[in-house]
Write a protein that binds this ligand. Structure first.
Ligand code: DC
Length: 233
């Protein structure tokens, strides 16, 4: 079973994705972390964001792994744990830039498909193009949204919690800039797949969104032979 969760930054994709994966015993894949790992690698070799061919070449030689589950999910870049490092502002910016490069996307999409297809029970993938490009035939497609200020507030509180030096205004500006780049890039821009179920999370808490999504999955799986202990196979 493949569950696709797409939407802009700060709409709750990763929180909900991890929770659905735990409940339905699926592999969780944060595809944004893969773009972030490429962004970090490009920064480390000192590439300029306009050096698109060189970024693509760098991306081809990387080993990106995402071991662990739940709260223990890690991101490894050539064996080094970069889980925390890829959440910094400079990497967020570079990830958004590298995600506009077709060659980088082709490479990562291929890897995402491999991970999704080889996952035992199935996988939950969160990103921007999962339902539209990576798994257009996913069993469930969700598109999570929320107002810009709402998303900025959530991201700001999350950053503050993690001890990052930031302000609400700065976070809001970054979200606006990334939204713009994600939605207007030529190759696989952020779009809601036609058959995705859109959920506006602005006025809902995490439990409420989770219940909505889980109900959709459980209801449509009712009567199917594979329903065991909540797990849909
Ligand atoms: O979800 P995130 O903020 O960690 O994603 C980092 C960047 O990667 C963001 O600018 C959008 C981009 N991205 C993408 O283009 N396609 C995906 N499937 C996932 C992320």
């Amino acid at each position: 079973m493949i569950i696709a969760i797409d939407g802009p930054s700060g709409a709750g994709k990763s929180t909900l994705g991890k929770r659905l994966a735990a409940t339905f015993e699926l592999t969780y894949l944060d595809t944004g972390a893969m773009y972030r790992a490429v962004g970090l690698a490009a920064l480390r070799v000192g590439l300029d964001e306009n050096d698109r061919d060189a970024i693509e070449t760098v991306s081809e030689g990387l080993r990106i792994e995402l071991p662990g589950t739940g709260a223990d999910l890690r991101v490894l870049l050539n064996g080094e744990d970069v889980t925390e490092r890829i959440r910094s502002k400079d990497v967020s910016h570079m990830a958004s830039v590298v995600s506009t490069i077709p060659g980088v996307r082709t490479l990562l999409v291929k890897r995402q498909r491999q991970i999704g297809r080889s996952a035992g029970n199935g996988a939950v993938l969160d990103g921007r193009d999962i339902g539209s490009v990576v798994f257009p035939d996913a069993d469930y497609k969700f598109y999570l949204t929320a107002g810009t200020e709402n998303r900025a507030r959530r991201r700001y509180l999350e950053d503050k919690d993690r001890g990052r030096d930031t302000s609400y205004e700065q976070t809001l500006n970054e979200i606006i800039e990334r939204d713009e780049r994600d939605a207007t890039r030529e190759f696989s821009p952020l779009v809601k797949a036609e058959d995705a179920i859109e959920i506006d999370t602005s006025d809902l808490n995490v439990d409420e969104v989770f219940e909505k999504m889980a109900r959709i999955i459980r209801d449509s799986a009712k009567g199917s032979a594979g329903l065991e202990n909540n797990a849909v196979k």
